[in-house]
Design a binder for this molecule. Structure first.
Ligand SMILES: *Cc1c(COP(=O)(O)O)cnc(C)c1O
Length: 344
């Protein structure tokens, strides 16, 4: 048995490549709050171009990108529509309410998708008692549902419904390149109908820090001010933008490997008799219900940790595995081996 730790907790654990570290050393920098960092500008321009939008903004994290977007799209006291299981609602410390002053009308999105008809029904009618519904938030890929890539048809339909009621649409696209890769389409086509997108450089794309927020020039100009208000104005940020350039130029094409490894894991587990649906996991995230082994996820997580395999117990009976650049197909085989010989 190998002694290497196989870390399947998240794609956030990926470390910068040697090329990224070299690029950091050589990055041309300036004071970005004064608009003088050429590397940050290059990254913002490239991000906007890739997404087919006008402008981009380099932010410190996905969470900062999302809250900056909410602040820019809405006024305090308004309401947004989002999935019950989405990251903004569950894992961003309630910033939408404490920082942006918004309420959330949450819809069922257990399989990643909110029903189009329920989105329509969730929009508040004009009435003296009602908050104004002003924003729809989508998440693609949908993390908690198991990395589900929302297809282009759904993206278009959801945005069309939103438009009918004058809502803007923000996409939490932390893993949007995993979605476009799995769907086999251009990322710019997939995000075409939304107003703004946040995507992470620091997940499967392997950069050490940062996310991008993109949208119209007018939107990004206002978002830049909101980022500053949040303390996200950075100075010689070119040193952390430089690896982000490599993320966009060289790390997107290899995401397919992560998806193949996730598939290898699911198919292997299925072969070992695990009740898991191979068709459900199309990207780099795999969820497994541990109640079928009569075991809480936390108990199984501890057992695997003893074998140097790190996972997340996401809920009482739900274990999450995430593949990424530092996980090989041999690692997956080793995990399957441990399941076969040590767990079952
Ligand atoms: C990771 C993640 C974020 C937040 O990114 P951070 O950089 O960790 O703040 C937002 N949305 C989704 C779907 C995520 O998976």
């Amino acid at each position: 048995m190998g002694s290497k730790t196989i870390d399947l907790r998240s794609d956030t654990v990926t470390t910068p490549t040697d090329e990224m570290r070299e690029a950091m050393k050589d990055a041309e920098v300036g004071d970005d709050v004064l608009g003088e960092d050429p590397t940050v500008k290059e990254l913002e321009d490239l991000s906007a171009r890739k997404m087919g939008k006008e402008a981009g903004l380099f932010v410190t994290s996905g969470t900062q990108g999302n809250i900056t977007s909410l602040l820019t799209h809405t006024e305090p006291g308004e309401e947004m529509i989002m999935g019950k299981h989405c990251h903004i609602f569950r894992y961003e410390v309630g910033g939408y309410s404490s920082l942006a002053g918004l309420s959330a009308n949450t819809l069922d999105d257990s399989d990643g998708y909110m029903e189009i008809s329920s989105i329509r029904n969730a929009v508040r009618e004009e009435n003296i008692h009602h908050p104004v519904t002003s924003l729809l938030c989508l998440e693609n890929t949908h993390n908690v549902a198991g990395g589900v890539p929302l297809d282009i048809d759904y993206m278009e339909k959801a945005c069309e419904i939103a438009r009918e009621d004058d809502l803007n649409v923000h996409l939490d696209g932390a893993r949007i390149f995993n979605a476009s890769t799995a769907l086999g389409i251009e990322v710019s086509d997939l995000v075409e109908p939304v107003d703004s997108i946040q995507f992470c450089l620091s997940k499967g794309l392997s950069a050490p820090v940062g996310s991008m927020l993109v949208g119209t020039e007018e939107f990004i100009e206002r978002a830049r001010k909101n980022r500053k208000r949040l303390g996200g104005g950075m100075r010689q940020a070119g040193v952390i933008a430089a690896p982000g350039m490599i993320s966009l130029e060289k790390m997107v094409d290899r995401l397919e490997e992560d998806h193949a490894n996730a598939r290898r894991l699911v198919e292997g587990l299925k072969e070992l008799g695990v009740d898991i649906d191979p068709d459900r996991f199309k990207t780099n995230i795999v969820m497994m219900d541990t109640s079928q082994f009569g075991m809480k996820a936390e108990k199984l997580r501890t057992k695997l940790e003893e074998k140097n395999i790190l996972t997340l117990a996401l809920e009482k009976n739900s274990m999450r595995f995430v593949t990424h650049r530092e996980i090989t197909s041999e690692d997956i085989d080793e995990v399957l081996d441990v399941f076969e010989n040590e767990i079952f």
